[in-house]
Write a protein that binds this ligand. Structure first.
Ligand code: PRP
Ligand code: URA
Length: 240
């Protein structure tokens, strides 16, 4: 249904995503799992990076080798939750630049609100990997792609641990040229815009910031929020 979507079915990713979902997984383990899954996903998300031939001298003789071709790459974590995916990716791609984008989701409108962006005027890289554990309505990722395209990035990929179908549809419709790599696509968004079954709030679970029952996923949906979710769900099945 979405030609730009890759669901990475590796057994280790499925195993670790299951642990992430478990409400009993403590903050420290949750952070470690986000890091480990990001490292596994990096392998898949970078598999089409172009190579160029290079000669290398082993202790015995010269031989043909390959190196990732000149394209400069940036990791773009969406604050806060995307931060947990950066270190693992940097282990594998130590020369990548890291450009942070600060967005939070307004809890009523579910629209992204930008609060941090220090991108310089002109793009310094060609390829950007957007890192965000959750692709829920798709609002945060679509807004980030808008920012990066305006900046001048030529190639953009989204890397998320868990997506909702509504978010994949929104991002694909707005930016069909963006490859989307996820560890799982879940059933749906609930009326508060949380992915179900999901894993809850990825930022809060990584940073141990629980503000009490009224801030928990599934608690007291507002009418406005539920209507936003219904609209996304109608778009998904093509009723609008
Ligand atoms: C979460 C998550 C994504 C966004 C996804 O961030 O990390 O950035 O929601 O939702 P969307 O697809 O509907 O836009 P949140 O706003 O909770 O901020 P945080 O990372 O600072 O906790
Ligand atoms: N953000 C999260 O952290 N979790 C969701 O389920 C949706 C948005």
């Amino acid at each position: 249904m979405f030609p730009n979507l890759t669901v990475i079915q590796h057994p280790l990713i499925r195993h670790k995503v299951t642990l992430l979902r478990d409400r009993r997984t403590a903050t420290r383990d949750f952070k470690a799992l986000v890091n480990e899954i990001a490292m596994l996903m990096a392998y898949e998300a970078t598999k089409d990076l172009p190579l160029e031939p290079v000669e290398v001298e082993t202790p015995l003789e010269m031989t043909d080798g390959a190196q990732v071709a000149g394209k400069k790459l940036a990791l773009v974590p969406i604050l806060r939750a995307g931060l947990g995916m950066v270190d693992a990716m940097l282990e594998l791609m130590p020369s990548a630049e890291v450009w942070h984008i600060g967005l939070y989701r307004d809890e009523r409108s579910l629209k992204p609100v930008e609060y941090y962006n220090k991108l310089p005027d002109a793009a310094t890289v060609q390829v950007c990997l957007i890192l965000d554990p959750m692709l829920a309505t798709g609002g945060s990722s679509s807004a980030t792609v808008d920012i990066l395209k305006h900046w001048g990035a030529a190639r953009i990929k989204q890397v998320s641990l868990i997506a909702a179908p509504e978010g994949v549809a929104t991002l694909s419709a707005a930016h069909p040229d963006v490859d989307i790599h996820v560890g799982a696509v879940d059933r749906a968004l609930n009326e508060r815009g949380y992915i179900v079954p999901g894993l809850g709030d990825a930022g809060d679970r990584q940073f141990g910031t629980f503000a009490g029952p009224s801030s928990e996923p599934g608690h007291a949906p507002g009418d406005e929020t539920a209507e936003v979710v219904r609209r996304l769900q109608r778009n998904l099945v093509g009723d609008d």
